[in-house]
Design a protein around this ligand. Sequence first.
Ligand code: SF4
Ligand code: SF4
Ligand code: SF4
Ligand code: FES
Length: 955
Amino acid sequence: MLEQYKDRDYGTPARENLAGISLTIDGREVTVPAGTSLMRAAIESGSNVPKLCATDSLEPFGSCRLCLVEIEGRKGYPASCTTPAEAGMVVRTQSPKLQQLRKGVMELYISDHPLDCLTCAANGDCELQDMAGVTGLREVRYGGDGANHLNLGKDESNPYFSYDPSKCIVCNRCVRACEETQGTFALTISGRGFASRVSPGQDQPFMESECVSCGACVQACPTATLQEKSVIHSGQPEHSVLTTCAYCGVGCAFKAEMKGNEVVRMVPHKDGAANHGHSCIKGRFAWGYATHKDRITKPMIRASISEPWREVSWNEAIGYAASEFKRIQQKYGRDAVGGISSSRCTNEEVYLVQKLVRAAFGTNNVDTCARVCHSPTGYGLGQTYGTSAGTQTFDSVTKMDVALVIGANPTAAHPVFASRLKRRLREGAKLIVIDPRRVELVKSPHIKADYHLQLRPGTNVAVLTALAHVIVTEDLVQETYVAERCDEKAYREWKAFVARPENSPEATEADSGVPAALVRGAARLYATGGNAAIYYGLGVTEHSQGSTAVMAIANLAMATGNVGRKGVGVNPLRGQNNVQGSCDMGSFPHELPGYRHISDSTVRGEFEAAWGVTLSPEPGLRIPNMFDAALAGSFKGLYCQGEDIVQSDPDTQHVARALAAMECIVVQDLFLNETAKYAHVFLPGSSFLEKDGTFTNAERRISRVRKVMPPKAGKADWEATIALSNALGYPMDYRHPSEIMAEIARLTPSFAGVSYDKLDRMGSLQWPCNDAAPAGTPLMHVDRFVRGKGRFIITKYVPTDEKVTRRLPLLLTTGRVLSQYNVGAQTRRTENVHWHDEDRLEVHPHDAEDRGIRDGDWVGVQSRAGETVLRACVTERVQPGVVYTTFHFPESGANVITTDSSDWATNCPEYKVTAVQVMPVTQPSEWQKKWTRFSKVQADLLENRQPGPAIALSK
Ligand code: SF4
Ligand code: SF4
Ligand code: SF4
Ligand code: FES
């Protein structure tokens, strides 16, 4: 295995301790933090200590006895991994006696191990093999003919890794990785002595156990016992490239381990600041979509959506798109076109899309998919704190004493953060969960929420304001903090407002369904439990009062003094990988990069000077306004990069009608997604493996995305946008995304200090990064809020219009599962479908019984927007009166049911509350029948596309 991608393993975790211990190891004076193991001290000082059961991501276990050392003045040979360094110790890691003992240990291991190194998938990447070499083992005296484990059968049930117990050395690393790193506790060592072996669940195959396929055990395994199937299939990698996961907003760093242009495996990077070497199933295993046969790698055009596609050259496709946009603008006016940028694309690509719309189209009709998820975060935190982003690092969770998790399901949507949160909870931190569903965090192995406020969907503001009521009326406000840091008048008004009796837990109980005593208990815990941190997700923002709820959260944190230091803060958990970045890059119609309003003539002037155009001071259309304008006949052309608005936006039928009313839709994507079925120009997109750029995660952390293979269609997404802009007559000339970032840095104060060179040097940077903070800003609002004084805002609870009625008596809320991602375009094209191959409707047993629904039955779900049919999952995860589904499969039509209700401030759709009726049915809904017919027609038109010229792949 090449050294370039072998991380140094120090054997045991680093200790944070200011006190230093000095000792002598192999004749060298060494100083380490108190609590450091002898093994780590020795390896840090340059000694090589053999080891098998120790690895520095896990606490030491002391089972293999290979790491024995000699300590002067002490008898015996203690294991260095479990022996703490002590002041004045004199330690030897190498001696003839130690060599002899280690060789003996290795001989026993190897005597019960298959001797198939040359054909083993781990050959060259096996610690057992390495240790045999290190200890000088040349022959084994004990034959394999006695009792052994060599014929134990393999477990191949997991599609991504295999388990071959004949190679297991029972080092326990996998068990500890599952417990300590992942927090799932799926593995145990069953049996005793010679019969002991690793077993998932109740001695089940992996796929039938609680295993969530994070792969931490595979990574920890020192042998080929747990081995990625991709390595078994492709052999050991030859080189590696550091990059960033393209799935969720955690932003895990990975080493893409490669053989030529083929990814062999993705290994979470130990130095990744967001993930510290851990990952989830999506980032580690679900990358096969990038080479899936459904990828469209040639540009295509057609005059109408009833015609077959025609494959054309990039030049022709771009030229056709540009001429159509120009024709539309001439005929219907400049504002008849617009663009949508993607939170899955890089910062540089998003920046170029908004620049193209503003400078080449000459309109501000640009919006981003963040509109439908976290736009209320931008608004709410901007109003209260002065900046539209989370306040902390993920690392901050290690200093947290109380976590308040509201409207978020981190174990499904932000799994690596969830693992870190669970670890802190196991260490004794307290947990408040506010969620209509009994999400996994409420109760899982070794975790139990202290409070679960199981509110009715749509009542977040009532509950958050009731929490504030308790804090104010029970004198739990941190008055000194508030007096120093917050606007006094706004605080007084807010205090008087929340103290009103109608905001008490007792008064809001009827609406929210949460017993007042629980709200009071949770408020006291949050206000007095030490460092309290709020983590929230789309269950907060995707409501008619999404922005109000974000402000209510910000109020709570200010009132209790929980902003501005480690362990506290307000942390929006962003859904997609680059939601933060797409917002930062100015893709909202009213904001230029860096959240500066388009009406600000000074800011506009800077961009006008740099771009050489005159910009309109008027905000453009938001996505829902674009749809309305299309139906009204005034919006006719759309450039949509990397988003599937037909599947992801609410009220699918409304969106589809709007698209059908347009004259030119240009879709840039990896696959012919639902939106592309309405498109006239298809520009093949590039996966994150095929381009350079940056993503910004939920901690404001900017990380590099690096190209590991050439773009399959010959152009990366940023290159296609440049070509379109040039064809429109607005020249863009960037030879590399680093030049785009240089322009972003020149024009955006919070990015002024960001460059690719610095990112390469430092690994990642958290904005603001500028002269005042050249190394970035891990913690926001440390001494003062960005806006100066923090501003309390009154958060009056206004019940949603989406009410249950006799006809629609249940409330539908939506969410995600661990194995699928967003509209599923990527994860549906991986083996992840083994975990989730359809969206189901969760129904409480009472509601199911009332309607004669059994688990697995087909049920019709009807709202005022439409009807769809799903299979029922009868479960107590949901409360009576509430049903739940996911939106990962287009045929489920989850967004056929969601309505056009939206957040009052930002138009973020109210996905989380839809009044529905649910009834057993025997056939698909009318919409589903229509969708099936339309999809078949579109699949045929794609299948029968007229072939075009070959595309030259760039190097
Ligand atoms: S893959 Fe993850 S969850 Fe499954 S057993 Fe291994 S560590 Fe545990
Ligand atoms: S499966 Fe691997 S990590 Fe687990 S006990 Fe066996 S050798 Fe160790
Ligand atoms: S937690 Fe998110 S960023 Fe990390 S590997 Fe999973 S999907 Fe990727
Ligand atoms: S490495 Fe120390 S006992 Fe195994």
